[in-house]
Design a protein around this ligand. Structure first.
Ligand code: NA7
Length: 552
């Protein structure tokens, strides 16, 4: 908060929602149309869509299959929308979310081109005072963040970017008019999902593409294509069962999960199962092949080794193939990627792979990128370098809870939440898919719907009882944080440097942020909390803030 006078409060709302992606749109609908509350949404973009508004890079596409990458709450909506791609592409998802906004008349409560800069909890009124970069100031009983998990784009601070005479872009802030790479020498830094999706598409257009790779990745073919009409008709005839299965599954997908161990079959059978999963494509490779690929290192080694063999088979130049083979982390410990023609792209004559793990980038020059090994002349640099994941968008705002406690202070050692829904010291603040919930380890719309419905129910519960505040209890929060860590330590996740752990951001505390115990177990726990009268939440007055020990 600044010492400068703040503008007068202009409105009093029941709820203020930040963000108009999947989460914000449904939260608005639920609170406004089902509970009859006075709600406003602030959205930084000039349209709805969130992630799918910003990430317009070539090849941007979702890794969840389209028929389950959507809302399930309205049966008519499910029946009327027709997906065209097996995996929905960014324009199609954006079209879907615009359709949702129109269909439920949501835009009239959304203030676009408005970024929330600060929010302070007012002890006397039990409300949040929220400020925006447009100079608006509004008071609301409940503050709900619908800011996504991957929305604070990260351009690494490489010396010399300001001297570069070409143009540069970050995949997460892509120009709406697109970028024409024809005849251009293009450099892509980063080989996460965004890099792996955009590299094959850029390679087909550019004169030459140079990929700057720090960590080789495991990626599985998506087997993308148009979606079969008969398949969609069948899905629509049994949607209730599909959602039921997804909501009670480990990762929010209606996939059969294998009951076999990779270690209980012989080599030949194991190879055949992996080959079948590889040919079918997508995340099924992880869930449908064997039950222990994500849990047991020896089982995981068999899957990792299968993919390494595939890379060496696909990539013709042995030296390039070796550079692409991941050796420093097990499959699934970083976000598993799915791709279309990623490894095949390195067989093109106009594509060069540069290993910046062994010869790091030193600087960006006027003409291109200089590594410890060579200088590469470029017309365009694409930063596919990811996000300050899960906490970045929270901490960009100046959020202050009781007794002026700053969220930046409360989360200085890493995010501390109760169920990823709330945080001690910040009454009446709810987070949709916050750190400590399954979020990025799941099919997002399934997790988003569960959170939105849980939050709306909690709001209704306290309102019906005339309770003015609800806040996570610090002891319950500490137990949840510990549980999230214990579960992560049973998996492969801690074995890689990943954005799940904040490892991609220099100086960020190394804490595993999402909940790896599964969408099914998580939903059960959230339901239990409600059944036990909002166990772990304090309703009404709260104890003094424990600064040093807040949630630790
Ligand atoms: P990711 O998955 O964080 O990938 C970022 C990539 O950029 C990754 O290969 C990083 O290498 C690389 N990177 C990041 N910083 C640097 C620097 N300073 N120098 C060189 N290379 C760097 O982001 P995406 O946008 O691809 O995907 C985000 C999520 O969106 C994805 O996981 C899905 O959930 C959807 P590293 O691996 O850190 O060595």
């Amino acid at each position: 908060m600044t010492a400068t006078p703040t503008p007068a409060t202009t409105a009093e709302l029941d709820a203020l929602v930040i963000g108009a992606g999947f989460s914000g749109l449904y939260m608005l609908h639920r609170l406004r149309d089902l509970l009859g509350l006075d709600v406003r949404v602030y959205e930084a973009g000039d349209g709805v869509g969130g992630t799918w508004y910003w990430n317009r890079y070539p090849g941007a596409r979702c890794d969840s299959e389209s028929y389950v990458y959507c809302f399930s709450f309205d049966r008519e909506l499910l029946q009327e929308w027709q997906w065209s791609g097996k995996y929905p592409e960014q324009p199609e998802i954006l079209g879907y979310l615009n359709h949702v906004a129109d269909r439920f008349d949501l835009r009239r409560n959304i203030h676009f081109r408005t970024r929330v800069t600060a929010a302070r909890f007012d002890e006397a009124s039990g409300c949040w005072d929220v400020e925006t970069d447009a100079g608006e100031r509004v008071r609301a009983r409940f503050l709900i963040t619908a800011i996504g998990c991957l929305s604070a784009a990260q351009v690494p601070s490489i010396p010399g970017l300001d001297r570069f005479e070409g143009s540069w872009y970050h995949t997460g802030q892509w120009p709406h008019e697109g970028v024409d790479f024809t005849g251009k020498r293009v450099g892509v830094i980063g080989t996460g999902s965004s890099g792996v999706q955009s590299i094959p598409v850029i390679a087909r257009q550019a004169q030459h593409l140079t990929v700057f790779q720090r960590t080789p990745q495991f990626t599985i073919p998506a087997r993308h294509g148009t979606v079969d009409r008969a398949f969609l008709d069948d899905v629509k005839s049994r949607y209730d069962a599909i959602w039921d299965q997804s909501k009670h599954s480990r990762a929010g997908f209606p996939y059969e999960v294998s009951e076999r161990s990779a270690l209980e079959v012989d080599d030949e059978e194991r190879e055949a199962i992996y080959e079948d999963s590889w040919q079918r494509g997508g995340f099924r490779f992880l869930y449908g092949s064997f039950k222990d690929v994500g849990l047991d290192r020896r089982a995981n080694d068999t899957a990792s080794e299968f993919i390494r063999r595939k890379i060496r088979e696909i990539v013709k130049d042995p030296e390039t193939a070796e550079k692409l083979v991941p050796t420093d982390h097990p499959l699934g410990s970083k976000r598993t990627l799915i791709d279309t023609d990623y490894f095949e792209t390195y067989n093109r004559a106009n594509v060069t792979l540069v290993d910046i793990r062994h010869a790091p980038i030193v600087e960006i020059t006027a003409k291109g990128i200089r590594t410890e090994g060579a200088e590469y002349e470029l017309d365009v640099i694409v930063f596919a370098t990811g996000f300050d994941a899960m906490t970045g968008s929270f901490l960009k705002m100046d959020i202050r809870g009781r007794e002026g406690l700053a969220l930046r202070e409360a989360w200085a050692e890493g995010p501390k939440t109760y169920l990823g829904l709330a945080t001690a010291g910040f009454p009446n603040l709810f987070m949709i898919t916050g750190p400590g919930s399954p979020s990025v380890l799941s099919n997002m719309p399934v997790s988003i719907e569960q959170h939105v419905e849980w939050i709306a129910d909690a709001v209704a519960y306290v309102r019906e009882r005339g309770v003015e505040r609800i806040e996570a209890d610090a002891v319950a929060q500490a137990a949840w944080v510990q549980h999230v860590n214990e579960i992560a330590n049973l998996t492969m996740f801690p074995l890689a440097n990943s954005w799940y752990l904040g490892a991609n951001i220099p100086g960020k505390p190394r804490v595993f942020m999402p909940y790896a115990g599964g969408v099914d177990a998580y939903r059960e726990r959230c339901d239990e909390v409600v059944a036990n009268g909002y166990e772990g939440f304090v309703l009404g007055a709260s104890a003094p803030v424990e600064r040093a020990a807040a949630g630790s």
